[in-house]
Design a protein around this ligand. Sequence first.
Ligand SMILES: Nc1nc2c(ncn2[C@@H]2O[C@H](COP(=O)(O)OP(=O)(O)O)[C@@H](O)[C@H]2O)c(=O)[nH]1
Ligand SMILES: [Mg+2]
Length: 442
Amino acid sequence: MFESLAEKLEGIFKKLKGRGVLNEESVNAALKEIRMALLEADVNFKVVKDFIEDVRLRAIGKEVLESITPGQQVVKIVHDRLVELMGSTSANIKFGSRIPAPIMLVGLQGCGKTTTAAKLARILSREKRVYLVSADVYRPAAMEQLAVLGRQIKAGVFDAGALRDPVKICVDAVEQARKEGFEVVIIDTAGRLHIDDLLMEELRKIKEKVNPAEILYVADAMTGQDAVNVGSKFNELIGIDGVIMTKMDGDARGGAALSLKAVVGKPLKFVGVGEKIDALEVFHPERMASRILGMGDILSLVEKAQATIDEKTAREMQQSLRKSDFTLDDFRNQLRQIKKMGSLKDMIGMIPGMGKIKALKDMEPDDGELVKIAAMIDSMTQKERSNYLIIDGRRRKRIALGSGTTVQDVNRLLKNYIEIRKMMKKMNAKGGVKALMRNFPF
Ligand SMILES: Nc1nc2c(ncn2[C@@H]2O[C@H](COP(=O)(O)OP(=O)(O)O)[C@@H](O)[C@H]2O)c(=O)[nH]1
Ligand SMILES: [Mg+2]
């Protein structure tokens, strides 16, 4: 999901960020490419149009174009707009004040309602006593399917017995749940291959009698814009409070997830990411946007960095990163900046792939540690600082003595430095990452 879109955007951004200066023309060219990428990802045409216009308005201004990192700023605007497009914050389920709170799942046949009912029950049962009921009297094994899943997660399941009326089943189930002290009743309803009047009428009746705290539309991501259009229909005819999008683990292009909020006007609340019972996740617009942009939480890192580093330092840093070498002097400067930005470990963790580098994980300098590192580097001669290779055993001893540390301390400092330097080189060689990192200490 989103791989192809992410790949395309990455290429576009790489070009953008590689430029020191941006003008209206280059922004427009990039926007054109972004537009194509979104359309190819099956995002609704109208949504794409508004999206691009909005980004254009925000991007073509002095503050952006004349900033020290115009490309980075444009990426951030795209990111922010993507987050807004998906609803900004993650939307919770509202249970209301009645107990039990009925939650009704609706959607077409095969979209994943029954599976999702059980998955949702599993998540909600961490905090509430959850009861399941199937109102699908049409598919022969539908009720049994839910009962099996329910047993698996140890949720209560309503036994409809000989009842054949979906509305009566739901009403009785809620009553039964109340008697047994359940706090939430998840209602799994029947689906059809297409929206039809009979089904809608049935769902409307259930809604009327049960008065659900939430009606969630279950959408199959694989069906693309159809899922969005059907969602609009369900919203018109029955009224929905949110959406659960299933099969996000598949190779759907992702456009449906991006268009839903704007077209249907209801937030995506959960996403199904597999067939297993634990494969349901709360939907986080922010994380999804970052994933689409293929950069982990790197943008919050950018924000953090931008908030702390003044322009002059940023420029200097940019230069030191541009230089192919990364000396011990640079290293010390970077550490100072990091200190300003908070925990090194947090910072590193936010950079995709970098949490794994052991030297960084082991090294979370507290103030004392930083003072020590600075002292050690201060005790080196200029020659040593620009070429660590000459620092032999004899020199290490002298540096330790001069800085009031031990030879082991000096060894560790050099080891970490060498590791980080290696990584910097690798990043520089990759070019793209380097451009992305232009603003950061590492
Ligand atoms: N890969 C994947 N498959 C899913 C997901 N959710 C449901 N399914 C599968 O979709 C099929 C239909 O699911 P079901 O819950 O019976 O759909 P219903 O007809 O709406 O009740 C089943 O094979 C499920 O295992 C998901 O998030 N990922
Ligand atoms: Mg079903």
